[in-house]
Design a protein around this ligand. Structure first.
Ligand SMILES: [Zn+2]
Length: 571
């Protein structure tokens, strides 16, 4: 996804839940306090409040840790006439540590109606958006068991998809229903019951969706069959044969038409399927020629597309787009740029369709490699954002890449660290996008070998293929691969908000230089222009000296995301 989480909006929702739980008499007071806290949070940005519900949602609780998710069968009926959902989720799991209480998440106003195991009804208690189910049968280590959850309700309606989660019940230009789900950040448990935490993914998933007979359902993976029912509905069965994270599970319901092609990629023939509204078919056929160009560039930099078995899809939706696994959703008006604007303000952003490139890049970083905690989401978004520059690099050359990525610096805020707080389902700063991309671009400069840098990204794709990871694993991999201790580098760009400053002082024939405004052990090597030459220097936070030709220009290479300051003028 390309935008920040609407954290303030989300907090309003949380506080409304808290307000809802307090007595009616105190409602006004609670809302007033909530408003004051939110104003403070919104204005100062740094202050964050977390609730018991945030911990239930964001941490690996004891009730989650004892079982390993192996399979979901989500069977769901969508009723456009009253905007309701009804269904059943069968969850298969392996017992890691015997325990009898299982946490399953489903957010208000959706409800779990019934839970069964081996035909026996199970009891449960609800704590806000978490359900604690008491398993009756003894759970023994390494057993594979199954639990069946019946649920129903009218899910939250998304106010601003994809940045606020929920269902969107729209109409297309022919006044036919156009229904889609979005839930990154807010969580899949907005609309179906699941283990709603990124650390654990099912090995595969079956999605069965029933809709009125004039509509089609496009979900993740491969369409297995379509069954006509006697009540004027059709049931679509989609199968995902790879691990999938919860927020990528999506349903798109519309009067879709289909076309497709086969792309000859690194791992052989890749089925590319496109689902668009009937009246956009001709436009889509022309515009989606971007897909093979995207696949060519991204496979070059990132390695083989990670879901050949499940195919690649673009699915039209009534919002800009989202990285749903093997089912990238598209709503960028069949035009280049991002909603016809250039993220970099250099002109290069109009040379490609932002949604097709950025959201598809998440198939590698986000879907194949998923962070366990969304605090570490830079792993998705920094590579997602840098993919835009790498696409340009592949098709238009290195200068285009450099101009685009440095152009996006105008969007960097340096308001909060890129890594967010752990265990409370909260992402870090929006800077995970373009500061993240500029950090990777700076890393590429230090490595000073594009083939080596490309090998590093492809190595990440291969090493952490279809896994959930922590930032530490990614940082360690990169340090080892580069043969450098990049701990201060990552601490600077991921855990601090300061931009390092190359400070220098010239005095006759001597130039003194060091890093300022940085973490203690910051030691980034950098290319500078000095003495009418370009050379590498190795500053630390202590002053170093070099010979200097008086009057010569001193400038840091623009490809490094740093600032520079001439302290001699202050003397
Ligand atoms: Zn993104």
């Amino acid at each position: 996804m390309n935008n920040e989480y609407q954290s303030v909006q989300r907090k309003i929702k949380k506080l409304l839940i808290i307000a809802d739980m307090s007595s009616k008499k105190n409602l006004t007071l609670t809302l007033l306090i909530a408003f004051l806290i939110l104003t403070t949070t919104a204005v100062y940005g740094q202050q964050m409040i977390f609730s018991h519900q945030d911990s239930l949602r964001g941490s690996i609780t004891k009730e989650r840790a004892w079982w390993d998710l192996s399979y979901y069968h989500l069977d769901i009926t969508i009723n456009p006439t009253d905007s309701s959902l009804k269904g059943q989720n069968t969850i298969s799991y392996k017992v890691l540590v015997p325990f009898q209480i299982m946490q399953i998440d489903l957010q208000q106003p959706m409800n779990i109606d019934k839970v069964t195991q081996n035909g026996k009804l199970l009891s449960f208690v609800r704590d806000g958006n978490a359900y604690f189910i008491e398993i009756a049968d003894k759970q023994s280590i390494n057993d594979f068991n199954e639990i069946v959850i019946d649920f129903s309700g009218k899910p939250l309606v998304s106010q601003n998809p994809p940045w606020s989660g929920g269902l969107s019940w729209k109409k297309d230009e022919n006044h036919k229903p156009f229904i889609v789900t979005t839930c990154q950040g807010d969580g899949a448990s907005l609309w179906w019951p699941c283990k709603d935490h990124q650390y654990d993914e099912p090995d595969s998933m079956l999605i069965t969706a029933t809709v009125p007979e004039n509509l089609k359902v496009v979900s993740n993976g491969r369409l297995q069959n379509v069954k006509q029912n006697t009540d004027h509905t059709n049931t679509f069965t989609w199968f995902v044969s790879n691990p999938i994270n919860n927020y990528c599970v999506n349903l798109n319901v519309a009067d879709y038409v289909h076309f497709g092609e086969i792309y000859q990629g690194e791992d052989g023939p890749l089925d590319c399927d496109y689902y668009v509204l009937s009246y956009n078919l001709e436009k889509a056929k022309l515009h989606f020629r971007e897909v093979p160009r995207m696949l060519e560039a991204l496979e070059y930099w990132f390695g083989p597309y990670p879901f050949y078995k499940d195919s690649y899809k673009l699915v039209e939706v009534p919002y800009p787009g989202m990285e749903h696994q093997s089912s990238v959703t598209y709503g960028n008006d069949y035009k280049n740029g991002y909603k016809q604007t250039d993220e970099s303000n250099t002109g290069w952003g109009m040379k490609f369709d932002f949604i097709i490139v950025h959201e598809s890049a998440h198939e590698w970083f986000g879907n194949s490699i998923t962070t366990k905690d969304i605090a570490d989401m830079w792993v998705h978004e920094a590579f997602g954002a840098y993919s835009e520059s790498l696409f340009l690099n592949y098709h238009f050359g290195k200068q285009a890449c450099s101009e685009y990525v440095t152009g996006t610096r105008a969007k960097i805020r340096n308001d909060r660290p890129i890594i967010g707080p752990y265990d409370v389902n909260t992402a870090g700063s929006h800077d995970m996008y373009y500061k993240g991309a500029n950090m990777l671009h700076t890393l590429r400069q230090i490595m000073n070998d594009d083939e080596k840098f490309r090998g590093m990204i492809r190595g990440l794709s291969k090493t952490f293929y279809h896994q959930t990871v922590t930032t530490q694993q990614i940082e360690d991999y990169i340090s080892t691969y580069a043969g450098l201790d990049l701990t201060p580098f990552f601490n600077q760009y991921l855990r601090d908000t300061r931009i390092p400053v190359f400070e220098f002082q010239s005095n006759k024939n001597i130039l003194k230089y060091r890093w300022g405004n940085c973490v203690n052990d910051f030691n980034l090597p950098i290319k500078i222009e000095v003495n009418n030459n370009t050379l590498w220097v190795y500053p630390t936070t202590e002053w170093k000296e070099m010979n200097f030709i008086k009057g010569s220009k001193i400038a840091t290479d623009i490809n490094f995301y740093v600032q520079q300051k001439d302290l001699s003028k202050l003397n």
